[in-house]
Design a protein around this ligand. Structure first.
Ligand SMILES: [Ca+2]
Length: 288
């Protein structure tokens, strides 16, 4: 069988300073994710249609920004020139941070047309944002004192997560065959949060310094007993179903009386409102 593949090396410049919309005082740091992809349905992104980007976005590869060496670099394999990745269509690199919702940069270049993934293995191509001709659709690039600077785009969702692509980002092929390390219930970095929890919360499953940010609170509603709520900072991926349950004894759990009360960008809150007597525990759960 003929092999159809082309490799795309895509990267930013190692060691280059990059910033968030807040400027030099808030450099691009841990949690930023860069995706190489294209927009389906002949969608052309611009600053006026940011609300529709995620729905039309098809990611081919994904890499976490390295805040120490200050760059991202990855190698994508293009297997076919379907309509979205047709060789007449442009490629884009989209950077965002699930833990800093709204900080976005989208970059492209007139030379970034999808290479031909035809018969035989084609020579690799390199798409570097430091190359001449690279432009930012939103955010800024190659400015004074920075290579990339995100813009603040409020109130719109980030691209959804693909669970298998997420695993590939953090686990090698050998590691993905080892459920004790890469299984959804496993805790690869030993920080107490299983891999599924880390995916749901947008944290890094291979770094104990990156943990889901979750809090349980008693809330005085002004009438009756205080309500109990659980609050998670997370990107609200559509691929993940977020839920919560309460229990009087950590044995019998029920979702009755629990509702999702507040969706602000980057946060999910579940609240139990019936008057509680005695002890009550609340937990959040995730399914794919
Ligand atoms: Ca973990």
């Amino acid at each position: 069988m003929a092999i159809r593949a082309t490799e795309i090396n895509w990267n930013s410049t190692i060691g280059a300073n990059s910033q968030t919309s807040a400027g030099a005082g808030v450099p691009m740091g841990a949690g930023f994710v860069f995706e190489l992809g294209a927009f389906a349905n002949n969608f052309v992104p611009n600053a006026s249609n940011v609300g529709s980007w995620a729905a039309n976005w098809v990611a081919l590869d994904r890499d976490a920004y390295n805040p120490v060496s200050k760059f991202f670099t990855s190698k994508a394999t293009l297997l076919s020139n379907d309509l979205t990745f047709h060789f007449t269509k442009k490629g884009y690199i989209w950077g965002y941070n699930p833990q800093l919702p709204g900080e976005w940069i989208l970059m492209t270049n007139g030379a970034w047309l999808w290479p031909f993934a035809g018969e035989g293995i084609q020579p690799p191509v390199t798409w570097s944002i430091g190359a001449s001709g690279t432009v930012a659709i939103i955010g800024e690039i190659n400015g004074s004192g920075f290579q990339m600077k995100t813009a603040f785009v409020p109130g719109v969702s980030v691209p959804d997560v693909n669970p298998e692509a997420w695993k590939q980002q953090y686990f090698s092929t050998v590691e993905r065959a080892n459920p004790a390390l890469s299984g959804w219930q496993a805790d690869a970095d030993g920080d107490g949060a299983c891999n599924l929890f880390e995916l749901a919360a947008g944290s890094n499953p291979r770094s104990w310094m990156s943990r889901p940010s979750i809090f349980v609170e008693r809330l005085d509603t002004g009438s009756g007993a205080p309500a109990l709520q659980v609050r998670l900072a997370c990107p609200q991926y559509a691929a993940v179903t977020y839920g919560a349950e309460v229990s009087p004894d950590l044995s019998a759990w029920s979702g009755s009386g629990v509702s999702r009360v507040l969706d602000t960008p980057g946060e999910i809150v579940f609240r139990y409102t019936p008057e509680a007597t005695g002890r009550l525990f609340i937990r959040m759960g995730f399914t794919l």
